[in-house]
Design a binder for this molecule. Structure first.
Ligand code: ASN
Ligand code: ZN
Length: 322
């Protein structure tokens, strides 16, 4: 109720105020167009305390530090995808300032969203380079914030794998949008360019061919399944959230492949509506999510549409029960 009340403050017209039941969809379309990005980049200088020292505010010139400038640009690109394509104003849909810290920790092999901001390590230099080097990774971390402020998917088991998959989907879309790539042209890789040349692999994950992103002596083989036949039951990784995400990731890829054109158009709109439309439970299973994408496809394109067909076919291919 409090969130709904706060949302009202931001709705300009009486007409828009009448339909605040689903503030991120219907009201979002009537609300003023999204404002500009508000970015703040901090430098942890190898420590693990947040946010660190402020190095670049919105509108300020380049710092000359690659990680800081990549984070600044990546957040801008991500903000632009949400604003231009989905009419969303930042992480919370209401212009939330975007904060990121770079040079977090020593030889730190990860990036994450901590519930309030994005954090990027430099990598150890042996396996990983700096995590800001990949735009899909920046988009992935910011999407964790979008999920937190929309469906709020729990970070474990199937809901957690869906949470991870949302981040991969929108991370991939940011990269494709910036590069102007169609679904057919895109690599569908998450974290391309993060590995050092020492590693036998191309990226952290492949949405097109889950399980094939790397096969390395040190890292082992990419553990992602590409259908429910390979679903991994494990207590590690919050119940395999970074593993089983391969299944819904491939479903999204298959929709985009079937429809052609730009993946941020119909496929992106269907997934975005599913995530933010207000009816997806935080504990959604793959089946609940899949049915919600079908409902969104019907709502946006109709039940006789090629989009609806493509979504149904994709979930059948990855063997998620509908
Ligand atoms: N890079 C990982 C992610 O965003 C970090 C984590 O597992 N929390 O999913
Ligand atoms: Zn993630």
């Amino acid at each position: 109720a409090r969130a709904a009340k706060e949302a009202l403050v931001h709705v300009k017209s009486v007409q828009a105020a009448r339909i605040t039941a689903r503030p991120e969809t219907t009201a979002g379309m009537l609300a003023a167009k999204p404002g500009p990005a508000i970015r703040t980049i901090y430098d942890a200088h190898g420590a693990e305390s947040l946010p660190g020292k402020l190095v670049r505010k919105e509108g300020e010139p380049q710092t000359g530090d690659a990680a800081a400038d990549e984070a600044y640009d990546g957040l801008g690109h991500t903000h632009r995808l949400y604003a231009d394509v989905f009419g969303r104003d930042s992480i919370d849909g209401r212009g939330l300032p975007m904060d990121a810290t770079v040079h977090f920790g020593k030889l730190y092999d990860n990036a994450f969203w901590d519930g309030k901001q994005m954090v990027f390590g430099d990598g150890d230099g042996a396996v990983f380079q700096r995590f800001t080097a990949s735009l899909s990774v920046i988009g992935h971390e910011l999407a964790h914030g979008v999920t937190q402020f929309s469906a709020g998917l729990a970070y474990r088991n199937q809901a957690g794998a869906l949470n991870e998959s949302m981040s991969d989907v929108f991370g991939a879309l940011v990269e494709q949008y910036v590069k102007g790539q169609s679904a057919a042209e895109a690599s569908w890789l998450i974290g391309e360019g993060l590995f050092t040349p020492e590693v036998q692999g191309q990226a952290l994950r492949s949405m097109k061919a889950p399980g094939t992103a790397y096969d390395d002596d040190v890292l082992g083989k990419d553990p992602q399944p590409d259908s429910m036949d390979g679903y991994v039951r494990t207590s590690a990784d919050n119940g395999g959230v970074h593993i089983n995400s391969g299944i819904p990731n491939r479903a999204f890829y298959l929709v985009a492949e079937a429809l052609g054109g730009n993946a941020w158009d119909a496929p992106g709109r269907i997934w975005y509506e599913t995530l933010t439309g207000g009816s997806l439970p935080a504990t959604a299973t793959f089946t609940v999510f899949a049915r919600a994408t079908l409902a969104a496809a019907v709502e946006l394109f109709g039940s006789d549409s090629k989009e609806h067909d493509a979504v149904r076919q994709a979930w059948e291919t990855v063997k998620v029960k509908l």
